[in-house]
Design a protein around this ligand. Structure first.
Ligand code: SF4
Length: 110
């Protein structure tokens, strides 16, 4: 009786590994591309309507509402690399915020 499914043999596993392993570096490319895109994102400006609604400021020290020490760089919504000057924020899709910035959505990273 012919088998409908190939059997799981060591040979089949090795064939799959031989095909899959060279693709691993390709899986890294999107994150590099995303980082490159992050650098080219336009910065949120305080006069942006959403920024005004959320009291965004590019320098947390200038906000009377920001808790001392809170800024975009240590906010859970910030998606920039650690130590970056600016990066994407989940609250402002398609735009970047200054790591020194702050808005009323700020919440600490875990
Ligand atoms: Fe900054 Fe967080 Fe507000 Fe985004 S949500 S602008 S990272 S404080």
């Amino acid at each position: 009786m012919p088998q409908d499914h190939p059997t799981l043999t060591r040979r089949n596993l090795l064939k799959c590994a031989a095909v899959a392993l060279p693709l691993v570096p390709l899986a890294v490319l999107p994150s590099r591309a995303a980082r490159a895109d992050a650098a080219s994102l336009p910065l949120v400006t305080p006069d942006d309507a959403q920024a005004k609604a959320l009291k965004y400021v590019p320098d947390a020290k200038t906000s009377k509402d920001a808790k001392p020490g809170s800024h975009c760089g240590n906010c859970v919504q910030y998606q920039g690399a650690s130590g970056s000057a600016q990066g994407p924020c989940q609250i402002f899709p398609g735009k970047a915020v200054k790591s020194t910035g702050w808005c009323s959505v700020w919440a600490p990273q875990m």
